[in-house]
Design a protein around this ligand. Structure first.
Ligand code: GDP
Length: 198
């Protein structure tokens, strides 16, 4: 898929204030600092579409971007940020779960995980939450350039095995990416394009 246009539409915390037309949308979520903003900028070929921030967890908003005027890319807040107070954490979780459970236009979520790390409960539990609610998702491994090919392959295999040892009967669609050298960009955009065409 060629990106012809990528524009910010709206940020908010309420599903009912999200765009009301029926365009398909794809939501990106992961731990703070996982490389979500960098990935979104890499995918859309825009330097600052998503704000890479030095203060992870600061912006807790559902951010809609419209791509090629025919699908939405949704940038969700990073989770698991320790410095968020308990009350704002509860609020955060509520509006995120509201989004996932109510947003009918959502075609797929993408859960981002740093490929350098072993599976973290916060991520695998979130995937389980999506599974339990029947929300399709893919996994995006980020920062692939930080590992040598052997280690990269080993970590991806470990992650897949951990999922199969958990509740999953099959591994969800997954993508190995790097915002630094654009690894995985074509595959991920082709995947989204493929769904949009059906
Ligand atoms: P976010 O909090 O998930 O939006 O993460 P950011 O996109 O702000 O990235 C967090 C940090 O990881 C920044 O210092 C980025 O430069 C770095 N980073 C993100 N993606 C990559 C990548 O693919 N490769 C490398 N080497 N660094 C990355």
């Amino acid at each position: 898929m060629k990106i012809n246009s990528a524009e910010f539409v709206i940020s908010n915390q309420e599903v009912k204030k999200c765009p009301t037309n029926k365009l398909p949308e794809y939501a990106f979520i992961g731990r703070s600092n996982v490389g979500k903003s960098s990935l979104i900028n890499m995918l859309t070929d825009r330097k600052n579409l998503a704000k890479t921030s030095g203060r992870p967890g600061k912006t807790q908003l559902i951010n809609h971007f419209i791509i090629n005027k025919n699908w939405y890319l949704v940038d969700l807040p990073g989770y698991g940020y320790a410095r968020v107070s308990k009350s704002s954490k509860a609020k955060f979780q509520k509006f995120i779960t509201n989004y996932f459970e109510k947003r009918q236009q959502l075609v797929s979520a993408f859960v981002l995980v740093d490929v350098r790390h072993d599976p973290q409960p916060i991520d695998t539990e979130f995937m389980e939450y999506l599974g339990e609610n029947g929300i399709p998702f893919g996994i995006i491994f980020t920062k692939a350039d930080k590992l040598k090919p052997n280690a990269l392959e080993r970590n991806v295999e470990n992650y897949k095995n951990a999922l199969l040892e958990g509740i999953w009967e099959e591994v969800p669609p997954y993508f190995v990416t790097s915002a630094s050298n654009k690894t995985g960009r074509d595959e991920l955009l082709a995947y989204i394009d493929g769904i949009n065409q059906t």
